[in-house]
Design a protein around this ligand. Sequence first.
Ligand code: HEM
Length: 318
Amino acid sequence: GCDASLLLEDRNSSYEKQAIPNLTLKGFDKIDLIKEEVEQECPGVVSCADIIALAARDAVLLAGGPFYPVLTGRRDSRQSYFQEATDQIPRPDDNVTRTLQLFNLRGFNARETVSLLGAHNIGNIGCDFIQQRLYNFQGTRQPDPSIPLDFLADMKRNCPPDNKNTSTNNSTNEFSTFTISKPMNVHDSNKKGMSYTQALSSISSGKSLDTHYYQSLLQGRGLLFSDQQLMAQEKTARLVSAYASDDGSTFRMDFAAVMLKLSNLDVLTGNQGELQIEENAEEMNRHSVFLHVLADSIRRTSWCRLIMHDEVVSTVSS
Ligand code: HEM
């Protein structure tokens, strides 16, 4: 859910940030920084969940993507979900059936899933996530045969073999090759890799959220196996073609709508959850009394809401 549970840390048990799909997430320092500044202006009013949702929206906009309105008033989770994150976040080596299934668990249909994956128009895919396709696809010690040869050469140039990452040790089940061969470490220098602008260098726009992700997939030039898998099923392949076929406006419209839906996914409101002022769960508990006192200040609350420039769905004064 969009409840900032991802930020919680707990010395006594595993927490979401430690789940393999989350190990390469970046930007926590930026969220801290924003939270610090907002706390100085409006103590105890704006949740981390709202900050994450607003930061995601503004990041999309700054990357040349569409604007979408973000409702505020989310409360922060008190609970972290390590196991759910481990089991239910789609993996780069998942097939399309599995990807659709996992998004469907959270209420997203095929069209919404295909448009959400268009986020890969921007950013970089680290070599760690590409190696298996290049050097040991599904334990064959061969590349994924579906990669066009010129693109395979390109990818290999960008991501030379890394022995640690292509071993087949213990790779017995359908989904095991990726995680067992190299558990990702957040401190890995994962700078190398490729972007979808590189995958389709003939498309010039480069930086913005447009059609080049989908055009790459049409040409078999997907970087992740799970990306390219969108072409493996007729329904998703048709959506990829549709998003690739105009100036990007169909994708951008759908992307705005689905990001709005994502930002409202299982939000906590009213008396649910709380308002974090520290990332650390123990610290958070120490401060929660303080926060509730401050939250009673209606005048200050209203002023702070104006600063957010967004609509408020629920108040913290309850
Ligand atoms: C099947 C679903 C998905 C899988 C398997 C997946 C997997 C990945 C992987 C492995 C990376 C590379 C990370 C790295 O090298 O540090 C990545 C990057 C990225 N993903 Fe996804 N992703 C999925 C869906 C999404 C969705 C729904 C969004 C947003 C709405 C998203 C946004 C991004 C962005 C922006 C990057 C670039 C990050 C950067 O440059 O640092 N992804 N994804």
